[in-house]
Write a protein that binds this ligand. Structure first.
Ligand SMILES: C[S@@+](CC[C@H](N)C(=O)[O-])C[C@H]1O[C@@H](n2cnc3c(N)ncnc32)[C@H](O)[C@@H]1O
Length: 374
């Protein structure tokens, strides 16, 4: 089977997390900003789309070259064997991005690449006039960084954060792969208790349950590669069946609570859709009243941020309450994601470690408190 240069993309700050996930799946990796490279066949394309928890997309690197002029860009793209990749009716949207490069106009880069591919395909398929672009989608992208261009094919389609279990509710939940990445940064493996005391629509607790049960996060969905005409159609269902045999039933308790009963009802629907409703104990309780007999586990919470000034005081009062009830649970490793730079002051303890992440456009810190194991 043909071996490709593949890479995973991810949100800023999650490179090492995705690299570790790929290493655990058996791949050797090399990392750049926003990308982790590895080698693999079609089977590895399916496997990584199915199993990576914190990545965004898996792409095939088609070609890499230097591009200082539009002529050079056109010629390099034209010289690729596009008919081998794209059937005559393929839809092939091209996304263009250029950073710190001579060819800095992204719309021009994108349209030159599109034109070179159209010209080559019309030559290769001996067609006059337009290509129909009425068939399956082959999402392409061109990324130029410091004059080095990379042409890639996206095998994922809709980002991997769209697992398919979430119902829309108009709130601002964490993306599923973001939540999973936060979990990957903890020692949680399902053998010790897990608590999210401000669970909202349940994303973090659901991702924890999926990990604890070794459920592949991509098991419910389709990917762009499912529609590629040269892609071996047997691999995907085979790996889904194999993934089902790897599911585990036993794990330590997973608790998810929130002050708001109505959001908990949404969390339950999401958990049901993800097949983990029975694996999570949902409870309506304010964090100031939170108590547990469990020990030696992991707590992750994404409390309100109080972005607007008038909400800030309320958020900071909640951090104080968290300090009163959660901080004493010192056998738990504790992890809190918030954009409030004063979090430690109100929580009442300095984090062992902090890590910066962007939740959408909002800068947040992941405050990590190591446990004192009993
Ligand atoms: C930023 S949201 C969490 C979003 C969640 N991670 C998700 O993906 O849906 C914060 C949550 O904290 C809850 N909350 C606010 N004040 C609380 C309190 N005093 N005790 C417990 N939960 C509280 C809110 O109801 C809300 O669901």
């Amino acid at each position: 089977m043909k071996e490709y240069t593949l890479y995973a993309t991810m949100g800023a700050g999650f490179e090492s997390v995705v690299a570790k996930e790929l290493n655990n799946l058996g791949y050797e990796t090399s990392t750049e900003n926003g990308r982790v490279f590895f080698k693999g066949t079609q089977k590895d394309v399916v496997k990584t789309n199915l199993w990576l928890r914190s990545a965004d997309r898996i792409k095939i690197l088609l070609k890499e070259f230097k591009a200082f002029s539009f002529d050079q860009l056109y010629d390099e793209v034209y010289s690729y064997d596009w008919a081998e990749l794209l059937p005559v009716d393929a839809q092939f949207p091209v996304k263009g991005r250029s950073v710190r490069s001579k060819l800095h106009s992204e719309p021009d880069v994108q349209s030159i690449v599109k034109k070179a591919i159209v010209d080559k395909l019309t030559d290769q398929y001996r067609r006059r006039g337009f290509l129909p672009e009425s068939g399956a989608e082959y999402p392409l992208d061109i990324h130029i960084y410091k004059d080095v261009a990379r042409l890639s094919l996206d095998t994922t389609g809709q980002s991997l954060f769209k697992r398919g279990y979430r119902v829309e509710h108009g709130g601002a939940p964490l993306k599923e792969n973001f939540a999973a990445g936060l979990i990957e940064l903890t020692p949680f493996d399902g053998s010790h208790p897990f608590i999210d005391p401000m669970t909202g629509s349940g994303t973090i607790a659901i991702e924890a349950a999926l990990k604890a049960k070794n459920i592949a996060p991509g098991i419910w969905r389709e990917f762009a590669f499912d529609n590629f005409d040269w892609f071996d159609k047997k691999i995907h269902p085979e790996l889904v069946e194999e993934a089902k045999t790897k599911e585990k039933q036993e794990h330590a308790p997973i608790l998810a609570s929130d002050i708001d009963q109505s959001i908990l009802e949404i969390a339950k629907v999401n958990a049901h859709n993800a097949g983990v409703l029975q694996d999570i104990k949902f409870k309506q309780v304010a964090v100031k009243d939170f108590a547990t007999d469990l020990e030696n586990g992991v707590i992750i919470a994404n409390p309100p941020y109080g972005k607007r000034l008038k909400d800030r005081e309320a958020a900071e009062k909640i951090y104080e309450e968290m300090g009163q009830t959660l901080r004493p649970l010192s056998s738990f490793s504790q992890y809190y994601l918030t954009s409030d730079p004063q979090f430690e002051k109100f929580f009442g303890a300095r984090a062992t470690k902090k890590r910066k992440f962007y939740n959408g456009n909002l800068r947040t810190d992941y405050y990590q408190y190591w446990a004192n194991k009993r």
